[in-house]
Write a protein that binds this ligand. Structure first.
Ligand SMILES: Cc1cc2nc3c(=O)[nH]c(=O)nc-3n(C[C@H](O)[C@H](O)[C@H](O)COP(=O)(O)OP(=O)(O)OC[C@H]3O[C@@H](n4cnc5c(N)ncnc54)[C@H](O)[C@@H]3O)c2cc1C
Length: 413
């Protein structure tokens, strides 16, 4: 145990884990958080259940980062999913693995995760200062020397870890202050954009589908003739667009196209397991077996009610029209919509509504082995403020905890 003065700014998962790791090596660790309590965003994760990590193997894990995943190899060497789960289980909080290998606490409550972390901070005698907004850092002879809070309190430090998060969900406290400080200290900042963000649709009829969720559908995003990305999964219509796990995951690839002014089209294949020919055969069989049924009645076996109404309205077909009165051309138009229900994407929601921030402190200015700055001695970075972001599924929290742990150990040595 040494008495190196280690200051950590930001009481989210990255900052808390950094303080815990530093606290095992130094008796002089202080954690500043601008809110009146720690982990405000952590408590919102996984809809309050906290998808802590993902149980997939290292290579699959790294692939879930939009880019820059390789930077995390050293952080994951020191703390990967197994160690993180063990950390909590050793302290009495069991974990469970759900679909797609997502790991949650058995309590289904993010507050049980936060409680364990707070106990550990206490055990390691970390001094916690809440309601303290750090606004600047003094560097002397190329080394960190002091931090200053908004109310002009000064705190000396031998090492400083910035773990202030990105810029999404600003009401949780992460408003980009730490990224601004890093920039002032000479670090390059990769432009901040929304990641995992709902998309806004141009067509106004989308409002009539609000709340409708679709499972096992394929989404295909195109810009002109170029296919951007496509995958199968689950989506939900919002009051002005689309969201849900599949949309959020694919959105990270879409926002850059939208930023560059491309006309992005989203097309939903409602029956990805069936070819158009198979679908057509099945539909024709139904039509010939039930000639007296209304078109709405026939479609019930194929589509959710609200989508039927939207399709019939778009094709201007009276809802109670007998199926035998529908001509071949209209029938084909309908089947086309099953396989290719398309609308235009106007833009992504604002960065504040992204679940994660893309961009941040450039990794070129940070050593992956220690997470130390290559510009200022004694300065370390952890968590979402780095230019790292991943898919949903527990990947972002693992990155925050692992980088926090590595930064904490490095800062204390
Ligand atoms: C709604 C939602 C749900 C999510 N669910 C999941 C999930 O289930 N699984 C998953 O892996 N990821 C999830 N994420 C992403 C995950 O929450 C973040 O990646 C993670 O919280 C980042 O941790 P962090 O410690 O880097 O930053 P943050 O959690 O943002 O913490 C940063 C802290 O620093 C403080 N701070 C900022 N500036 C200052 C300053 N100047 N002085 C003092 N304190 C400061 C802030 O108040 C904040 O408490 C979710 C995100 C959102 C928005």
């Amino acid at each position: 145990m040494n008495d190196k003065r280690i200051v950590i700014v930001g009481g989210g998962p990255a900052g808390i884990m950094a303080a815990i790791a530093a606290g095992t090596k130094s008796s002089n660790v202080i954690l500043f958080e601008k809110n009146s309590s720690l982990g405000k965003k952590l408590l919102m994760t996984g809809k309050g259940r906290c998808n802590l990590t993902n149980a997939c193997d290292l290579e699959s894990f790294l692939q879930r980062f939009s880019k820059n995943g390789q930077f995390l190899r050293d952080s994951f060497k020191i703390m990967f999913n197994g160690q993180l789960v063990k950390f909590f289980e050793d302290r009495g909080l069991k974990m469970k693995v759900e679909r797609q290998k997502r790991v949650f606490p058995v309590t289904d409550r993010a507050c049980s995760v936060l409680r364990i972390l707070e106990n550990e901070l206490k055990k390691n005698k970390v001094k916690i200062v809440t309601d303290s907004d750090i606004k600047s850092v003094l560097v002397k002879d190329g080394c960190v020397s002091e931090v200053f809070s908004k109310n002009d309190m000064a705190f000396k430090c031998d090492s400083l870890i910035l773990a202030t998060g990105g810029v999404s969900y600003k009401n949780t406290g992460s408003n980009g202050e730490g990224i601004r400080i890093a920039e002032e200290l000479g670090h390059k900042i990769v432009p901040l954009r929304a990641g995992l963000v709902p998309l806004i649709v141009k067509q106004k009829y989308i409002k009539s589908l609000e709340g409708l969720s679709l499972k096992n559908i394929r989404l295909i995003f195109t810009a002109g003739k170029k296919k951007i990305i496509s995958d199968v999964g689950e989506m939900i219509f919002t009051k002005n667009g689309v969201s849900g796990p599949l949309v959020l995951t694919l959105s990270s690839s879409i926002v850059d196209f939208l930023k560059d002014g491309a006309d992005v089209v989203c097309s939903v294949d409602l029956k990805p397991a069936l070819s158009k020919e198979q679908l057509s055969k099945r539909f024709l069989k139904d039509v010939s077996e039930h000639p007296k049924k209304s078109i709405k009645g026939i479609l019930k076996d194929y589509l959710p009610q609200r989508l039927i109404c939207t399709f019939l309205d778009l094709l201007k077909i009276p809802h109670e029209e007998k199926i035998s009165n529908i001509n071949k051309k209209v029938r084909e138009d309908l089947l086309n919509m099953f396989k290719n229900f398309s609308f235009d994407i106007e833009r992504g929601e604002s960065v504040d509504l992204g679940m994660i921030t893309q961009g941040g402190v450039s990794l070129k200015d940070v050593s992956p082995k220690t997470l130390g700055s290559r510009i200022v001695k004694g300065l370390y970075f952890a968590g979402e403020m780095l230019d790292i972001d991943a898919d949903t599924g527990g990947f972002n929290l693992q990155a925050a905890f692992s980088t926090g742990f590595l930064a904490g150990v490095s800062a204390a040595l």
